[in-house]
Design a protein around this ligand. Structure first.
Ligand SMILES: Cc1cc2nc3c(=O)[nH]c(=O)nc-3n(C[C@H](O)[C@H](O)[C@H](O)COP(=O)(O)OP(=O)(O)OC[C@H]3O[C@@H](n4cnc5c(N)ncnc54)[C@H](O)[C@@H]3O)c2cc1C
Length: 503
């Protein structure tokens, strides 16, 4: 096990991080809009890799839609995909349906286009905490939701022969364990999840000696299911699939307007539509708004600012060249230090040593980079520890002197208990009459740096609710998918939070 002196990052700080949400009253400013000059992310460059980057940014802006989706990350495009399936299937009284996606910057240039590329369904970690908050049965749903999302995503990729296009690698995932405290917690989560009925037979524990022998690192690990991919390329393909389905449904349409930030949402003057979305290019009227804005959600929904809402949080990544071949690193993805660091080698067909995408380092700052919306800069302290991290964990496999080939930041949306907000927009601070003031607005956001295995399912749930309500149903007679924890639902959350405080 490790002592602090051996690794460049602070260890056992998860609890300290969480306390910021409970104790730090200063975290309360609404998010800004996304900045216009973000750092260069590996996944978005060269621009030719992002064919939809500027889609719909010139010419006429759509004036009217049934549904407007704000945000073109994996949430927004997954929602478009689920709507496309409903439209093509003619379900829910949806035809014809006009959907418009509005994106502040280039296509998919938020967290999804700047992340670590891991698609890892959680195995059992944090089960103890979740059980305390929601009870065993509901806690298990969180894991079921992630398994559902990842299964669907990989099936879409395989069914459409997209593995190579999106660089899908299904190599499993190692959770490296640095300290005795972490190991005790991980074993306790494992036993508790198993006792609650989770099928964990696939989990493989590796001892320190096995890890030294196999991977040249002295930290024990648990190996779970996991994949890595090129997130923006997957989202691009998902958009194309959605577009194709819309084209088959007569009268329906899907339009994307990038570089079109929504600056405010007003009641519409047009009697046929509820809402009017204001942008520098003009306004768009619609009945339904889906906020797929993740870390930026509180810009348009200021009541979400603060520790009970969604805190924009800056994450940082480097792309660094290994000093050894991919065979001696494995094709798996990895995380360590309670998930604060995460990395994987990019697939390579040549004899060249692989580029490793490594994220983390924000725990070096006292405020953990919470409340930051500026991804035009990198944090110098985080840069320093990221450069030192892999050489310390895998002695001899990375050269400390090698500068990263790229480095960038992105904005995540953190919530106190790591759960996203899914469902109709409900102002938790308002009185009963205020709660109707967002009628027709929905949200799926706040994945706390772990969105790749959750956004697809959350978008599926919110779209199902939207279509149900468009068809005359209510949230009371909507059937919740059996993998969706009730706690994720916006209208259930307030009561659940009160329960958690007493836990
Ligand atoms: C550095 C980093 C590393 C990460 N690593 C991983 C990982 O390896 N695995 C994992 O599972 N998760 C990871 N995450 C988290 C994951 O990327 C997110 O949870 C996920 O991408 C969220 O998707 P989204 O579509 O909800 O948000 P985003 O991708 O952020 O999309 C939101 C979009 O909304 C747009 N927008 C915001 N406000 C407005 C507005 N007013 N008008 C118009 N458009 C607006 C933004 O420009 C943005 O494109 C990481 C995140 C970061 C930043």
């Amino acid at each position: 096990m490790s002592s602090q002196a051996e690794l460049p990052v602070p260890l056992n700080v998860y609890e300290k991080h969480w306390r910021l949400f409970v104790d730090d009253a200063s975290i309360k400013e609404p998010a800004t809009l996304p900045v216009q000059n973000p750092t260069r992310s590996f996944w978005l460059h060269p621009t030719s890799e992002n064919p939809l980057a500027k889609e719909g940014s010139q010419g006429a802006l759509s004036k009217d839609a049934d549904i407007c989706i704000i945000g073109s990350g994996i949430t927004g495009i997954s929602a478009a995909y689920h709507l496309a399936k409903a439209v093509a299937g003619g379900s829910g009284g949806t035809n014809p349906l006009k959907v418009v996606i509005l994106e502040a910057r280039d296509f998919c240039s938020g967290a999804t286009g700047r992340n670590g590329g891991h698609l890892t369904p959680a195995g059992f970690l944090d089960f103890g905490m979740r059980k305390k908050v929601m009870g065993s049965k509901e806690a298990l749903k969180q894991y079921a939701l992630e398994a559902h999302s990842v299964r669907e995503i990989t099936e879409i990729i395989k069914a459409n022969d997209l593995e190579e296009k999106v660089d899908l690698v299904s190599g499993g995932h190692f959770d490296l364990i640095f300290t005795e405290d972490e190991l005790t917690e991980a074993k306790s989560d494992f036993e508790a999840a198993k006792a609650a009925g989770a099928d964990l037979d696939y989990v493989r524990w590796f001892s320190r000696d096995e890890m030294i022998e196999t991977f040249g690192t002295k930290y024990p690990a648990a190996k779970i299911h996991g994949h890595n991919l090129w997130p923006m390329k997957y989202v691009t393909q998902l958009y194309y699939l959605a577009q194709k389905s819309f084209e088959t449904a007569h009268g329906s349409s899907l339009r994307l307007h990038t570089n079109t930030p929504v600056t405010s949402i007003k009641s519409s003057d047009d009697k046929k539509r509820r809402w009017s979305l204001q942008t520098p290019r003009g306004s768009v009227s619609c009945n339904i708004v889906l906020h797929a804005t993740n870390g930026y959600a509180s810009h348009l929904l200021p009541f979400l600012a603060g520790p009970n809402g969604i805190i924009p949080t800056r994450g940082q990544i480097i792309a660094t060249r290994a000093a050894v071949s991919v065979d001696s690193l494995s094709r798996a993805s990895w995380s360590g230090n309670e998930g604060f660091e995460y990395w994987f080698p990019r697939p390579t067909t040549s004899s060249e040593n692989p580029l490793v995408i490594l994220g983390g380092g924000r725990e070096i700052e006292k405020d953990f980079e919470l409340n930051e919306t500026d991804d035009s800069i990198v944090n110098k302290q985080a840069s320093k520890v990221l450069r030192a991290f892999l050489p310390a964990v895998f002695p001899g496999k990375f050269d400390k002197k090698d500068a990263p080939e790229m480095e960038w930041t992105g904005i995540m949306g953190f919530t106190k208990l790591t759960d996203p907000f899914v469902g109709p927009v409900v102002d938790l601070n308002s009185n009963a009459s205020g709660k109707t003031s967002y009628l027709g607005q929905y949200i799926s956001a706040g994945y706390t740096g772990h969105g790749m295995p959750r956004t697809y399912a959350c978008a599926e749930a919110v779209v199902s609710l939207i279509l149900h309500e468009m068809g005359g149903g209510t949230r009371d007679d909507w059937v919740r998918p059996d993998w969706l924890p009730a706690r994720y639902l916006t209208w259930v959350r307030e009561a659940a939070d009160k329960g958690a405080q007493g836990a």
